[in-house]
Design a protein around this ligand. Structure first.
Ligand code: NDP
Length: 256
């Protein structure tokens, strides 16, 4: 997808500051790499400081430790981002796949605290800066799990449905103000997502992607860059993308 429209890029200068959460791996790392190529300055955050700082050094960006579920950590992370123009709320993930009857409270709490409260806390902290930039943009990495449900997935799907509701609410609350809100909803993406979901069980994680050409993190970064570089009056509300072999979370055509 060709991102450059020219319309969003002030002539002769770099683009504004983009803040990316969950930039230590996977989709967040790919978004950081792509936005650096597009000329954005970057503030990158995640809990694994060594990984985020290594990437930041490579990209000439700023990297900081942040736990988005911790208000004090979010305040410290956002303290140097008064000129933020774009916020990519990417930090998130799933824990477990138990039916509601066997739900682990700790897993649900983690999913809601990171995917939902974390997203709210970073958004709340940066909204004044985004609006003051005159061309603010919040891009939330949601999921097709925010649009559909599957057995054993309620902890994650309910959290991503909440993200979908927050995106829609933000668009109502911010209408007429210079802050765009885009929800990016991917299906299956090949990252450490499944490994983290299944507590490091490599076999179980590999089974998720077996026989499927999944989306790559770079595919998501491509779409994010496209949304970010539209002219400021164009708001892409929601972008849903899946692998060709995936129709829903549970309807996947696998090669033998
Ligand atoms: P990964 O597990 O590879 O990456 C998750 C990222 O989130 C890591 O950088 C991790 O960094 C960060 N993170 C987790 N918890 C926190 C926290 N409390 N504070 C700050 N950062 C945190 O998975 P993906 O790259 O695939 O996931 C990225 C996003 O994409 C998530 O929101 C996920 O729900 C969503 N998504 C993924 C899909 C997939 O199939 N892979 C499909 C649809 C959506 P660290 O551990 O260093 O803190």
């Amino acid at each position: 997808m060709k991102a450059e429209s020219g319309a969003d890029k002030p002539s002769g200068s770099t683009r504004g500051l983009a803040v990316v959460t969950g930039a230590s791996a996977g989709i967040g790392e790919a978004i950081a790499r792509r936005l650096a190529q597009e000329g954005y300055r970057l503030l990158l955050g995640a809990r694994r400081g060594d990984q985020v700082q290594r990437l930041a050094a490579e990209l000439g960006a700023q990297g900081k430790v942040v736990d988005v579920s911790d208000e004090a950590s979010v305040a410290e992370f956002c303290s140097g981002a008064g000129d933020a123009q774009i916020l990519i709320n990417n930090a998130g993930g799933a824990r477990g796949a138990d039916p509601v009857a066997d739900a682990e409270s700790a897993d649900w709490r983690w999913m809601w605290e990171v995917n939902v409260l974390g997203l709210m806390q970073v958004t709340r902290a940066l909204l004044p800066a985004l609006e003051a930039s005159g061309r603010g943009h919040i891009i939330n990495i949601s999921s097709t799990a925010g649009l559909e449900v599957y057995e054993g997935g309620a902890g994650y799907t309910s959290a991503k449905h909440a993200v979908h509701a927050i995106c829609q609410t933000l668009r109502l609350e911010l209408v007429g103000r210079p802050v765009r809100v885009t929800e990016v909803s991917p299906g299956m993406v090949q990252t450490d997502f499944a490994l983290n979901r299944y507590g490091g069980d490599r076999e179980r994680a590999a089974a998720v992607y077996r026989g499927v050409t999944a989306l790559t993190a770079a595919d998501i970064a491509d779409v994010v860059a496209f949304a970010a570089t539209r002219p400021p009056h164009v708001n892409l509300d929601q972008i849903v993308l899946r692998p060709l072999q995936q129709a829903t979370a549970y309807k996947v055509s696998r090669r033998e």
